[in-house]
Design a binder for this molecule. Sequence first.
Ligand code: ADP
Ligand code: MG
Length: 468
Amino acid sequence: VWNSCLQIIKDNIPAQSFKTWFEPIKALRMEGSVLTIQVPSLFFYEWLEEHYVGLLRKTIKKQLGDEGRLEYNIVVEQSSSSKPYTTNMPSNGNGAESKYQSMPIPISINKDIKNPFVIPGLKKLNVDPQLNRNYTFENFVEGDCNRLARSAGYAVAAKPGGTSFNPLMIYGGVGLGKTHLAQAIGNEIKRSLPDKLVLYVSCEKFTQQFVDALKHNNINDFVNFYQAIDVLIMDDVHNFAGKEKTQDFFFHIFNHLHQSGKQLIITSDKAPKDLAGLEERLLSRFKWGLSADLQIPDLETRMAILKNKIYQDGIELSNDVIEYVAHNIDNNVRELEGAMVSLLAQSTLNRKEIDLNLAKQMLKNFVKNSSKEISMEYIQSLVCEYFEVPIEMVKSQTRKREIVQARQISMYLAKAHTKSSLKSIGHFFGGRDHSTVIYACQTVEDLIDTDKKFKGYVADIQKKLKMS
Ligand code: ADP
Ligand code: MG
C-alpha cells in the first residue's frame, strides 16, 4: 500500500523533495485501515506535517478510503527521553492520529568519513566549535556602545540556555564587533563548561551545508548533528534573505533547540524589525529573547580598543598617534584596526618610528575626506558641538549671546580655513552680507587678544579641526 502511496506522492512533488523526505520513510505495518510508517526523527515528522500533510491525507484517502489512517513511528533521537509517548497529530482534520514511539536508535555508525554530520554510535559527540580563540571577553573592550550586548553576552555565557536571553540577538553595522562578541560567548562557555557542545556557524556556511546535505541526501544526519548542539551561534542571519528553504529549515532547528532549552546566539546587521526578506515567523522567534545592539564606539572607546590591540601585540605607539587614528577613523572598528596595522607595517618596512606627522602621511588613504578641504558645514558642526548649541541656531536670526558667539567663531574659522569668499560665508551662515563677516572676524580677533578663556576656546576648536 505504501508503495502505491509513494507513487502518487512522487507524481505530485519535486524529485528532490521526494528523495529527501519520502525515500527515508519505511512502511512498518498495515493493520486494518491503519498504515504505520517509520520516520527517522521527530524533526522529520514535523517537517512532513508542516509541508505535506494535505498531500498525505489525500493520498491515504485515495488508497485506504475514508477509514484510512496514518500512524507515525518516530525514531527517537539519542538526546531525547526514552519514555514512549503519544501525541495527537496537531493538524489532522480527518486524517489520522499519530503515535510517537521510542525505539532503540539505529544511528548510522560512520562508514563514510566525509560525511560531517553522522553521529557516532553512543559515544559522546565531539564537535569542533569553530571558534577563533582570540575573540574573548577580555579582548572585547567595553564602552557605552556595547555595554548592554556585552553584559547580556556575559550572562548567557554563565548560564547558557538558562536566562531569558534566548535567543540572544546581537545586531549592528559592519565591523562593530558582532562576530567577536558572539564568539567570545562561545569561547567563555567552552572554558567554563567544556562539555557543552558549542558550534559557531555563519549563515552562509549553514546554507552551503544544507544545500550539500540535500544533494547528498543526508538531511537526516544534518538535522541530528544540529539538534545535538547545546549552544548554537548563527552569524549574520540577514544573509538568510531570499533563501527560503534554508530559512525554513533553520526555523525548525531553531525551534527544536529552543524547546530543549539550548542556547541560541544570533547576529545580524539590523534589528529584527528591520530585517527584510526574512520570514515573519522566524523574525518573531528572534524577538523572543533579547536584542542588543552594537553602536559605533565613541572616541574614548576607540582609543581604548587601539590601546588594547597594541598591548596584545606588544607594540608601542605614542598617545597622540593613537588619538589621531582614533579621531579620524570613526565608523568601524575593523577599519580602525586595519589603519593601525597598516601604519605598523609601513613603519617596520621603513624602519622609522611613527610620529604624528608620519601617521598623518601614512593614513591619507584611510582617512576619508583627507584630501578634501574643510567645509563650512564641518566647522559649523564642530563649533556647535563644542559650545553645545543647537546646530540650526547658528544660521538663525537670534541675537542670543552664546549663539552670536558660536556664529562669529564659525565665520572666523571659515575665513581662516576654507577658500570660501566673505560673501559665500555670509550667505552660508544665515544669509548675512559680507560686512557682517568682516565684523565677526574682527570681533573674534579682538577677543583672542584680550580674553584668555576665549582664546582657549578657539584654540581647542582649531585643534579639533586640524585633527581631521
Ligand atoms: P562584525 O562581525 O560586526 O562585522 P567583527 O566582530 O568582525 O565585526 O569585528 C571587527 C574587528 O573589530 C575584529 O577584529 C574585532 O576583534 C574588533 N572589535 C570590534 N569591537 C571590538 C571591541 N569592543 N573591542 C575590541 N575589539 C573589537
Ligand atoms: Mg561578522
